[in-house]
Design a binder for this molecule. Structure first.
Ligand code: UD1
Length: 418
């Protein structure tokens, strides 16, 4: 088990570059299975979730070549579903994103029943409902579900709740379905749009990605080609919260500010001094920021993955903020760690906390409950006076690559120990 040790309480200064979006890279890598040609993917963040997915694809027989840092060629020829590493699939929570690619390629796949995780239940009822509408037979078991379909058939699927991976799964499943599929109330996240654009560039016919209704006209075959992963908006937003919470001068580079319109507007309202360029955000040290309420929402609203880093920021803002997590049911329990560090936290119910600031935080031994709360703990450690030790950092490394080096380069006293 590895640990981060942080000496906090200092201003940071410099440039910090954002990597490729994990939430697009993993979907694109999975979508390589839709063709047997070679796909070249660049700007792949070399995070633990990507590594696990590459291991799973490799167990199936996908030939994977790392041609440069963050660049991969994937050739999915001569695959054998019987070689799929089910143990790894079961351990890797995000493996559900392989469901549609495996189903359309092999016509039949058995998938472990998803468990919950620290941020809440992770049901797949919307996936099952949508796939059944496309003609997939789904046998639900205690530990495994079995999905099979010789030929998927287009239909209208109405999502009763917006789901990112659910949207992507139905979109991928519909690419080869006979006829037209209409998906209603879908996720509009930039990663969904980028995945659709790549598939269209290879011959798929997806219309309306980025709006709430998507239409997919089935095709018989698609090619594979070059795809560059878009910048990780969650990583960029995490650095924005870090810069403001530590009152630092930071230039966040290689990002796409247009994917962060709501968080940027919110920090302006708080009184932050920021300058937004085409591919960068410059944050200057501001005086005391004012508190603001946060309510998470599907894109383009305030993304739930940025909620925890921004909650840490609210501990440093003047006044009372209400943080209302609406997407996941138990994504606020990490605030116990903030309270231990000196934050004034009042939990109203599992989905709402009140934060009163500014509070002086002091270093403690804490742990990373999940990926995004883990990043929030790093930010809290950099704000807090004294030493903070963060255990369970595998959770953080699932989604942030080269984090220690990037933070050291802007002056942070952080080290990783085994
Ligand atoms: C994706 C992102 C994750 C982000 C989340 C919300 C990836 C790999 N992960 O997760 O970082 O936090 O979107 O922006 O892209 N739900 C159901 N039934 C279903 C599916 C989902 O009730 O069949 C519920 C979930 O419990 C949750 C909500 O829908 O309350 C949204 O979840 P969803 O958008 O599916 O999250 P993920 O795609 O897993």
């Amino acid at each position: 088990m590895s640990t981060f040790i942080i000496q906090g309480g200092f201003q940071l200064k410099g440039e910090i570059a954002v990597g490729g979006a994990k939430n697009m890279a993993t979907k694109v890598l999975a979508a390589s299975l839709l063709s047997d040609e070679t796909m070249h993917v660049s700007r792949v963040p070399e995070v633990e979730d990507v590594k696990r997915l590459l291991e799973i694809l490799s167990s199936l027989g996908v030939e994977i070549k790392r041609t440069a840092p963050g660049e991969y060629d994937l050739t999915p020829k001569n695959l054998d579903i019987d070689r799929l590493d089910y143990e790894l699939v079961g351990k890797f929570r995000a493996s559900i994103l392989l469901l549609a690619p495996l189903l359309v390629r092999f016509k039949k796949v058995r998938f472990p029943q998803p468990g919950g995780c620290t941020i809440g239940k992770r049901p797949i009822d919307l996936f099952i409902h949508g796939l059944r509408a496309l003609g997939v037979s789904v046998k639900e078991g205690d530990t495994y579900n079995e999905f099979s379909a010789k030929q998927l058939v287009g239909n209208r699927v109405i999502f009763t709740k917006v789901s990112v991976t659910g949207t992507e799964t139905l979109m991928l499943a519909a690419v080869f379905a006979r006829g037209t599929t209409t998906l209603v109330n879908v996720a509009q996240e930039p990663e969904v749009v980028a995945l659709a654009e790549y598939l269209n560039s290879q011959g798929a016919r997806i219309e309306g990605a980025g709006s709430s209704i998507m239409t997919v006209i089935g095709v018989e075959k698609i090619k594979a080609g070059n795809v560059r992963v878009i910048p990780d908006r969650i990583e960029a937003g995490s650095y924005l919260a870090l810069a403001l919470a530590t009152k630092s001068y930071l230039k966040i580079t290689d990002c796409e500010p247009n994917h962060l319109l709501v968080p940027l507007e919110m920090v302006k309202k708080m009184g932050a001094t920021i300058k937004v360029g085409n591919d960068h955000i410059e944050v200057k040290p501001s005086g005391t920021l004012s508190a603001i309420d946060i309510k998470t929402h599907e894109y383009p609203g305030f993304v739930t993955d940025m909620q925890a880093p921004f909650t840490v920021l609210m501990t440093q803002a003047k006044g009372q903020s209400l943080i209302h997590e609406t997407v996941f049911e138990s994504r606020l329990f990490y605030t116990d760690f903030l309270a231990r560090m000196g934050a004034q936290v009042l939990m109203c119910d599992p989905q709402r906390v009140l934060i009163t600031g500014p509070a002086s935080l002091s270093g403690k031994r804490i742990e990373s409950p999940d990926l995004r709360a883990g990043m929030a703990m790093v930010i809290a450690g950099l704000v807090a006076a004294g030493e903070t030790t963060i255990d369970n950092i595998y959770q953080i490394e699932r989604g942030y690559s080269n984090l220690v080096q990037k933070l050291q380069d802007i002056g942070a006293a952080i080290k990783r120990i085994e």
